[in-house]
Design a protein around this ligand. Structure first.
Ligand code: HEM
Length: 429
């Protein structure tokens, strides 16, 4: 979490500038004060950045004016790339993308949300506590003490991937493929990758679909106590007045595949980034780590303040359904709007601590998990993973320090924010 006091010239803003991607905060601060709805060009397309807390909240809670039907969180492909991606799907006999959950609007969204919420009920998530703890303990016990350890690859990546794989009942032997598919689904999110890389990633997405198509059929024939079976078996009451007309009461295969893909996109990397930022912040504030040993209540403050400052889902898309004016900026119908949740979370009108880490003053009003109809379905699972990590670290470790050889490089993305590696040294109790 780098704080700088530079006052940049907004006319020079470039979303893909490498330095800006490393530290976008001064730019967002300048936008919040001078032009809170900021038009810019990305890959030749005009987009509008929304940067203050109040405006971000307004946009993400108004699905009539600001639609989630943006198709894919990746930047829209060129005509030529679209054709190549279509070919990969056709060659793999894959399902065409069905807009569900994150990329659907009410009333369709309400149906998906009802069905998937059942699988993510407090009871089902609560039952994951013991297995999540077992995975966290196994990973922590595998980390050597007294020498530098790369925390991202050794803990922050495997924990959420193994948790979601466990929830879906993916066997250990398929974990490497599962992780690769998770990376493939994320490959183009606010990152400037080449067309060839994007085509390669699409091949992985097709493999993922084929794998889970078989798993869905298996669960229909042989139900188990897992998230996938809960998705397969979830039904809605067709007489429910909130439901859209004659839609099926169960999810189709194509819908489940789209939802699974979203669980990977929405759940894995974000949680990895949050875990990494939490350890970075604790490494930078050793007294806070010490306080956690004696004050259990301080843990929630650390978790919420980490989530606010980290905002791993740095931004999310919306599409204007009508010509609209927002904070004086006209936005034509059909325009893509980038709601910069990470900027909202540092808006000093709402969070006086701004860029500073202040666990004692933490609140849950941050927009890290969104707000409104699309509020993150996995928020309680992500918070559980952060909490268990703190609990098990505090139980084992006297201190966590950041090694001198860290370069603190962030993923070069304006959608997903997090360190790509983090060397730490652990001192056992
Ligand atoms: C720290 C970790 C996480 C962060 C920062 C995060 C962030 C978000 C945000 C900002 C949204 C709303 C996006 C929008 O309104 O456009 C969202 C939605 C969603 N998240 Fe998370 N998420 C996290 C973890 C998870 C996990 C662990 C899962 C599941 C395993 C998950 C599943 C979802 C799903 C399915 C949605 C779509 C909900 C809907 O559209 O109704 N997320 N998440």
């Amino acid at each position: 979490v780098t704080t700088t006091h530079a006052d940049p010239d907004l006319t020079a803003y470039d979303a893909f500038d490498p330095q800006t991607l490393q530290c976008p905060w001064p730019w967002y601060a300048a936008m919040r004060s001078d032009c809170p709805v900021f038009p810019t060009e990305v890959n030749g397309r005009r987009i509008y950045l929304v940067t203050t807390y109040d405006l971000c909240l307004q946009v993400i809670t108004d699905s009539v004016t600001f639609s989630n039907r943006f198709g894919t969180p990746a930047l829209p492909p060129s005509k030529e790339l679209s054709a190549r991606l279509r070919q990969v799907r056709a060659d793999g006999d894959a399902y065409n993308f069905v807009p569900t959950l994150l990329t659907a609007d009410p009333p369709d969204h309400s149906r998906y949300r009802k069905l998937v919420s059942k699988a993510f009920s407090a009871r089902n998530i609560g039952r994951l506590e013991a297995p999540v703890r077992a995975i966290a303990v196994e990973l922590l016990d595998g980390l050597p003490a007294g020498e530098p350890v790369e925390f991202v690859s050794r803990f922050a990546v495997p924990l959420p991937v193994r948790v979601i794989a466990m929830a879906l009942n993916v066997p250990e032997s398929d974990l490497t493929d599962f992780k690769r598919w998770s990376d493939n689904t994320m490959a183009a999110q606010g990152v400037d990758i080449t067309d060839d890389e994007r085509v390669e990633a699409e091949r992985g997405v097709v493999e993922f679909q084929k794998y889970f198509e078989r798993a869905i059929h298996d669960r229909r024939a042989h139900p188990q106590d897992d998230l996938l079976t809960h998705l397969v078996e979830a039904t809605i009451d067709p007489t429910d007045p909130d439901m859209a007309g004659p839609d099926p009461v169960r999810l189709t295969d194509a819908e489940i595949l789209s939802i699974l893909q979203q669980l990977l996109v929405a759940g894995n990397e974000t949680t990895t980034k949050a875990l990494t930022e939490m350890i970075t912040l604790l490494g930078r504030h050793p007294h806070v780590f010490e306080s956690l040993c004696i004050d259990e209540a301080a843990r929630d403050g650390v978790i919420e303040e980490t989530l606010r400052l980290a905002t791993p889902g740095l931004a999310t898309w919306r599409v204007a359904t009508v010509d609209v004016e927002l904070a004086g900026t006209p936005i034509p119908r059909g325009s893509r709007i980038l709601v910069v949740l990470g900027s909202a979370n540092r808006d000093t009108d709402t969070f006086p601590a701004g860029d500073e880490f202040c666990p004692a003053g933490a609140s849950t009003t941050h927009l890290t998990f969104g707000k409104g109809p699309h509020f993150c379905l996995g928020a309680s699972l992500a918070r559980m993973e952060l909490r268990i990590t703190i609990e098990e670290m505090v139980r084992r470790l006297r201190s966590v320090s950041l090694s001198v050889e860290n370069d603190f490089r962030y993923l070069p993305s304006f959608m997903l924010r997090g360190l790509t590696s983090l060397n730490v040294e652990l001192e056992l109790r």
